[in-house]
Design a protein around this ligand. Structure first.
Ligand code: URA
Length: 234
């Protein structure tokens, strides 16, 4: 059973309205109780007792979103940076507290599997370098492979420009001379593009197809679904 919170606190934390607005929304019949019990702003309620415009509330905190990030969207909360991945979610989710953040980032020009969560502990665990979550990227290359890239990436000795420690071993799977899959367990800035730059190539298209044991399934670019956080446990 979910714990009880003041109604005004619950609705403002889910981004529906400010705490002050709740009294008015109750008078207007926008916020109601599933069993039509009387409500006040300070009534202690559980999440599943409340309806907003006759609909159950958005998921409570502790949500994990699996998104198919399209090219052209930025993993940032800053509106000045163009189209944001948060623009693909319902507008009020931006006002939630705790805030929803991306688990690591994908570049603006990279598509694929992106996780978002409002669970700070989970976010920390999944992005910590200690927690080596394997991530698979599909890359299109500007030039055909030379042949030694797989050995170099697997060696654990590849140094990226400006970094102090080499990349951890990564697995290269060759599809054809200009198409590969690369599995990495870190999340350094622009890592895949920089790894190919370090061996004299250039990535022209990049897509993340998996994160741990999660894949996109039939999600289309721009779509998302909620997943059970348990799917991310060790
Ligand atoms: N590596 C990159 O170069 N870009 C990404 O978005 C993710 C990994």
């Amino acid at each position: 059973m979910s714990s009880k919170l003041r109604l005004d606190k619950l609705l403002s934390s889910l981004g529906y309205c400010t705490r002050k607005d709740v009294a008015m929304l109750l008078r207007e019949g926008i916020i109601t109780h599933t069993l039509n019990l009387p409500l006040k702003s300070n009534t202690k309620v559980s999440h599943d007792e409340i309806l907003y415009e006759g609909e159950p509330l958005d998921p409570p905190s502790g949500m994990v979103i699996l998104m198919h990030k399209p090219i052209g969207y930025v993993c940032s909360h800053d509106d000045g940076e163009g189209r944001l991945v948060y623009d693909l979610l319902p507008e009020r989710w931006r006002l939630r507290d705790p805030k929803i953040s991306t688990v690591g980032r994908l570049d603006k020009e990279t598509s694929g599997l992106l996780l978002l969560t409002d669970d700070g502990a989970l976010l920390h665990r999944l992005t910590s370098p200690k927690h080596k979550v394997p991530k698979v990227y599909e890359a299109t290359l500007d030039r055909p492979l030379k042949g030694d890239e797989g050995t170099i990436f697997a060696s654990g000795t590849l140094m990226l420009n400006g970094e102090k420690t080499p990349c951890l071993p990564a697995k290269l799977e060759v599809i054809d001379p200009t198409h590969v899959k690369l599995e990495i367990v870190e999340g350094r800035y622009h890592q895949v593009r920089r790894m190919f730059a370090a061996v004299g190539n250039h990535v022209t298209a990049l897509h993340r197809s998996s994160f741990g044991n999660l894949t996109l399934g039939d999600l289309k670019a721009g779509e998302y679904r909620l997943i059970d956080a348990q799917l991310l446990s060790d």
